[in-house]
Design a binder for this molecule. Sequence first.
Ligand code: MSP
Length: 539
Amino acid sequence: MPSPSPAGRAPDDRAFYITTPIFYVNDVPHIGHAYTEVAADVLARWHRQAGDDTWLLTGTDEHGQKILRTAVANETTPKAWADQLVENAWKPLLATIDIANDDFIRTTDERHEIAVARFLQKLYDDGHIYAGEYEGYYCVGCEEYKQADELVDGEGEFEGQKLCAIHSRPVEVLKEKNYFFRMSDFAKPLLDLYESQPDFVQPESVRNEIVQFVKHGLDDLSISRSTFDWGIKVPWDPTHVVYVWFDALLNYVSAIGYGIDSPEERAEFARRWPAHHLVGKDIARFHAVIWPAMLLAAGLPVPHRVFGHGWLLVGGEKMSKSKLTGIAPQQITEVFGSDAFRYYFLRAITFGQDGSFSWEDLSARYHAELANGFGNLASRVVAMVERYFDGTVPAVPADGWAPREQALVDAVARAAADADSAMGRFAIHEAIASVWTLVDDLNGYLTVAEPWQLAKDDARRAELEAVLAASVHVLGAVTVLLSPVMPKATARLWDALGGEGDIRDQDVRDPGAWRGSGRVSALEGTLFPRIEEADAGAA
Ligand code: MSP
């Protein structure tokens, strides 16, 4: 039987192309950005380990007024500003949280600029773009044109001004000649899309919001600016630059060869596209309305899905640098490590809903679930094989497992199937919980089987062998299943268990198939050392 395919694709279509938003380089990353990265990376690692043809794309969004103004304020050019932030902050973020991306796109890459020009020219040639006059409001923080009902009245120092409801900063009044994309033509096709492909926008709460929004009809979209020049030039009118969101959304196709007309790039595009887009819910509208409208206009297939995850809240508010609630990912990884960072945010928060971050909760889960739950279990099993069998893993009983061991071993396939189905729905928290049933089962089993008592009685040697053979088997399977979430700790445990081959090649859809050398070796230190409160609190 072929494995169930994610998102209902044909079983022979093993392509899995997943993207993160490309991040603005006006500032350094915080844990909200890292959260999206980690979620996308766990999904990508899962699919890679399932043998799917996986591609993870991330990158940076470098044009537009926000970046230009930041560069000017820092007395440099926008390109120089972007270069140093990409090299000193955004690429290092990927190492900090252990992201195995396949590509990193910058909107200042030549391949991207060519693709944007080509795409725009096609829409223009096909009559989807016209020249007009824009008059209205613009929020530079959002890089978005605003409707009157998206604004609030300013108070205090902003008395008499209209403010962006998100940034609480005055919006700017624009009156300029712009090019417009005839987005209004696509309201009906988009509603048809949401209807015929109900899982196109997820989760349900975000989908409902998007459907309601489009049901009210769509305005045409201003897609160029002429009052500054930090952007990609409109090919037929170089006095204009392309609107930053129109430019940015195209990264998802420019990175896989859309701009280059060669057989190799055409094959690459056909192999990867369409994508699964992971975005914060605040930018779901750009991805679920503007982006598919653009693709429909260009005659390209729409994405498989747009998943809008929730916000990390600090003190009840969306965490953000501008509101001074920003926490740098290193503050957490330096104390708890990157595995714990990855595990915590994906386990503790229902993926798709908002979640509050607190140091106390992180520390409590780290100690209860990672140090005492999984880490201690791993150390105990390895230590017992060393102590009682000089490191040689006992063989599976010749006449097969007794019922108690059989039940433990059978749970592996069930947990893997549940986890795979949850990962297919992007219910990452649920997938981890399914795997964790095995950690709990194995801990419970050892408490009842008491191998340390069996070891005192030579007459019960066969029983002791069976208990440790089953324990190593299940622990190996858990290691395979947790590898996408905690790559570092699981790689160490894999070595200690004598796992054969690279852990990243072990099939998460059949984790019981793993094979070992038959020898364990000591785990250097513990997987998740206890952390003194002083260290956790200091961060
Ligand atoms: N540049 C655009 C995206 C263009 S994609 C074609 C952008 N960049 S961003 O840097 O501002 O944000 C990127 C992502 O980080 C968004 O998905 C956003 O929701 C996410 N987050 C920013 N703060 C967040 C939290 N506090 N919590 C969770 N995610 C958050 O928007």
